[in-house]
Write a protein that binds this ligand. Sequence first.
Ligand code: KPL
Length: 304
Amino acid sequence: MQIGILGVGAIGQLLAQQLAAAGLEPWLLPRANTPPLAEQGEEQVYTLELGDQSLQTSFLCLAQDSSKLKQLDLLLVTVKAYQVEAALEPLLPKLHPDCRILLLHNGLGPHQSLAAKLNGRPLSLGTTSQAALKLSSNHIRQTGRGLTQIGDLSGAPTPEAMKTALLNAIPGSQWSDAILEALWQKLAVNAVINPLTAIHRVNNGALAAPEFEGTICAILDELLQVAKQEGIALTFDALHARVKEVIRLTAANYSSMYQDLKHGRKTEIDYINGYLQQRAEQYGLTLPINSELVAQIKALEPRN
Ligand code: KPL
């Protein structure tokens, strides 16, 4: 089975290392217009720091027009939500029609905008709370272990051998037959933690303070109104408990949105609270709290 990884950021590199450790030899595909680390067909050494261990692995880096793209059985897409369409679309005609796409990003949205372009190609979705920090273009440190959930959305189901290979390789991973529900739960976690930590410039743990409780409940109430319209079965108590648990488990972390703003990068707000806002409009709902958070984050994003 040949796996490709589109996007060689922290999560892309982490998964590449985990797949390689399980003997799967994935190929790496940097996004177009990012400088390739190696010429097409060349191997490049990547480093993973895990605790006091340092692991070096060589990966084959493919160019965007490599004939090897046709050999892929699975393309794992690990770029940011707002990069998915632009990164994936030019590659689709170069992939074998049976090559499965697996999207792994924070937030929701690209699976809907891509649907018409996939022409029946199998699509799977996933979410991970593993965490890694990019120290340089080919060097990461794993900063958190966590749950990875993967499931099928459309097209042919994932073959058993591929499922087993992925679940064996990725620590803490599980198959989800209701992947959209799992992604909405993660959406709830991100809709609370990401904008609040970025606006108040605090770590995740600071949100345990009583002053945030009202806002947290209001964000979740609004999310539940939209989820209900979408036919996604979620309950307030379960979501609230999950959000509180993630705040506790990742207390020392700074959210990805906090870090994006700190480094002058665009955020994934359009695919998190903005996604809720956009879906709400379809149903004639208004989401005052989520819309306010979107506006505040947009005001903090770099202009261009
Ligand atoms: O996914 C995250 C993020 O920062 O994007 C959480 C779970 C909030 C951890 O920081």
